[in-house]
Design a protein around this ligand. Structure first.
Ligand code: SF4
Length: 311
């Protein structure tokens, strides 16, 4: 009998401890975790993909206008006029800026103190699905390299995720056109090729691309990391603010030099010649292996469609 009482006593103690532990954990975490409904993410993505496909950001339009004032080639100048008029018509009429409404790329930063009550990747893809349907945007994604059957809703999006401090989620959302993406390049240079090797690679890539990426372009360059990291750096670079500058003095100088040298190539708007080949050059870098100098060049056409939302 005494044995049974002891066992019961131990059992009750264990239960009380578990209850206290559970109560402490749930409430302690609950106090700090911010709950977010996945529908909030879906709505943000839906509205963003529609808006960016209808409207270019003001800072980009200003750069195109400025380029037009400095353009000395008449045909190039008239193409820049067309681009300016095209974005005005698209904005006024709520119609896509281009027939290619792009593949959606999302850079997501998730705060450690936010909890999404559902699958955040599904939420993003649902936003793409709804946005491309309700916004009458062309569905440009196929399901297989060789079968090439259209997925009919522009999904899946390409999603990159970073965990960061805080209780917010930052979404950088882009619609990336295929024509400019196809002219991009990743090359593993050797360290001895150095800055001159990087310059040569960027200039050769832009010159060989000619009018195919629909210039005037924004050039994103990723230097360092490894093969895939350099490509991500280049992609993130084309999403930077147009008027920002690298904090690293060597990289900032390289951005300025390449901007001038790319425009001196004479490719011009849509490849017709002239002095407006690129509107900006953005370079991001990362530490790398002693034996490597990876360089990626991601080309963004003049229809640079992206936005950033923090929720
Ligand atoms: S590269 Fe850009 S402007 Fe050219 S067709 Fe594609 S999305 Fe349109």
């Amino acid at each position: 009998m005494q044995e049974k009482v002891n066992l019961l006593f131990i059992y009750i103690i264990i239960e009380i401890n578990m209850f206290v532990w559970y109560y402490y954990c749930v409430n302690k975490e609950g106090e700090h975790m911010r709950n977010l409904n996945p529908e909030t993410i879906t709505n943000i993505v839906k509205e963003s993909v529609i808006k960016i496909n209808y409207e270019l950001e003001d800072s980009l339009v200003s750069l195109i206008r400025k380029a037009k004032q400095n353009e000395t080639n008449n045909i190039a100048s008239s193409i820049l006029d067309d681009i300016i008029e095209n974005q005005e018509i698209a904005k006024k009429g709520s119609i896509p800026l281009c027939q290619d409404t792009g593949l959606v790329v999302v850079f997501m930063e998730i705060g450690r103190e936010v909890y999404v009550d559902g699958d955040i990747y599904d939420a993003i893809n649902e936003g793409v699905r709804l946005g491309y349907s309700e916004g009458y945007l062309r569905k440009s994604v196929v399901n297989h390299p060789f079968n090439r059957v259209n997925t009919k809703d522009n999904t899946p999006a390409i999603i990159h995720t970073k965990i960061v401090p805080g209780d917010k989620i930052k979404l950088k959302i882009a619609s990336k056109g295929g024509g400019s993406e196809n002219m991009s390049n990743v090359t593993m240079l050797t360290p001895t090729e150095g800055i001159e090797g990087v310059k040569k690679l960027v200039l050769d890539t832009i010159f060989n691309a000619g009018g195919k990426p629909c210039p005037p372009i924004i050039v994103g360059v990723g230097i360092g990391g490894n093969l895939e990291k350099s490509a991500l750096l280049a992609k993130e670079a084309i999403l930077r603010e147009l008027d920002d500058e690298s904090e690293d003095q060597t990289i900032k100088q390289l951005e300025q030099d390449l901007y001038k040298e790319i425009n001196d190539l004479g490719v011009g708007p849509m490849g017709v010649g002239g002095n407006t080949t690129c509107l900006a050059v953005k370079i991001n870098y990362f530490p790398m292996h002693i034996a490597s100098l990876p360089v990626a060049i991601n080309i963004q056409c003049h229809s640079s469609r992206h936005t950033e939302v923090i929720v």
